[in-house]
Design a protein around this ligand. Structure first.
Ligand code: RIB
Ligand code: CA
Length: 312
């Protein structure tokens, strides 16, 4: 029975690959809907990009919703320096023709969690947590109905990527992240600690190109564009495919390893705003609230990703 998921996303090249992995895995995952959030680029672009990706996958029947266009309390910070002006820079893309749903993304999340059987829907946030937190604030009754939240965000041993201590998704809306991390919902986190071990390399990008499909060519072009930021910054031989780690975990959890610990969010200090304060060595008596991933079988991850993308 495929697992029911809602993908909450701010595409972003890595979000796009994550969405393709999910849509290429219908035996494992049933995508109930995709809710766009402001993050890498503003909402008008993230909702448009989500539809572009669905059409690229040949799945224009997927319901795509626009969610929040700004964090709960702060001004939006975007990441065009990483993703380009469109959020999906790299290849040339046509505008989507599939419709955007009229319903607000937050209302879709609430309505779906209320109508699906309790404990059967997993939320997969790939961007700032604004939509998820607002849904919890507006409808506290849904919190106990969520099967699990598997998100990309945070970092501990790796530090941050938008400030020395904060990862982008958490930094953009730290108040939203604090609500989600305090919610008590079973939480699995893919921080930079693990996503920085899932690097694109020339052979891995070539494997996308060798598919000889439009999907393979687009993913190769996106990863080619996306990697320059990380290679300049980290001197790494490729870019971390952050968001696909969330989807890969749902299909093959055995590819990942981590520790169930307490993770809290800094929401006050200007110096460390958005930091995921991970009690990795359990030096406090704060209750564990998150499976905080640290390791991934990178070859296994790319083998899964390439195999599933090739089906589209
Ligand atoms: O820090 C990486 C995260 O921020 C990824 O989700 C990327 O898409 C951006 O949203
Ligand atoms: Ca993202």
């Amino acid at each position: 029975m495929p697992r029911k998921i809602i993908i909450d996303t701010d595409p972003g090249q890595d979000d796009a690959v994550a969405i393709l992995l999910a849509l290429g895995s219908p035996d494992d995952l049933e995508v109930l809907g995709i809710t766009a959030v402001a993050g890498n680029v503003p909402l008008p672009l993230t909702q448009k990009n989500a539809r572009i990706v669905c059409e690229l996958a040949g799945k224009s029947d997927v319901k795509v919703f626009a969610g929040c266009d700004a964090p709960l309390q702060r001004k939006l910070v975007t990441a065009e320096h990483v993703h380009g002006k469109t959020g999906l820079d790299g290849p040339k893309m046509d505008d989507p023709t599939m419709p955007l749903q009229d319903q607000h993304g937050v209302d879709f999340i609430i309505e779906t969690l209320r109508s699906e059987a309790e404990g059967t829907v997993t939320l997969c946030p790939l961007g700032p947590l604004t939509n998820i937190a607002l849904a919890m604030q507006e409808a506290p009754d849904i919190v106990g109905r969520i099967q699990e939240i598997v998100l990309m965000g945070g970092g501990y041993f790796e530090g941050g990527n938008i400030t020395p201590t904060a990862e982008f998704n958490i930094f953009v809306d730290p108040e939203a992240a604090a609500i989600v991390f305090k919610s008590g919902v079973p939480l699995t986190v893919m921080p930079l600690d693990v996503t920085h071990k899932a690097l694109t390399t020339k052979p891995r990008i070539q494997a996308f190109r060798d598919m000889g499909t439009q999907v393979g060519d687009m993913v190769a072009a996106w990863t080619d564009f996306f990697e320059r930021f990380d290679m300049e910054k980290y001197g790494s031989e490729g870019a971390p495919l952050h968001d696909p780690c969330v989807i890969a975990y749902l299909i093959r959890p055995d590819l990942f390893d981590g520790r169930h610990i307490n993770v809290e969010i800094e929401t006050d200090s200007p110096l460390t705003l958005g930091m995921t304060v991970a009690d990795y060595w359990r030096v406090t008596d704060r209750a564990p609230n998150a499976m905080f991933m640290q390791d991934v079988d990178a070859d296994g991850f790319y083998a899964l990703l390439t195999a599933r993308l090739a089906t589209l």
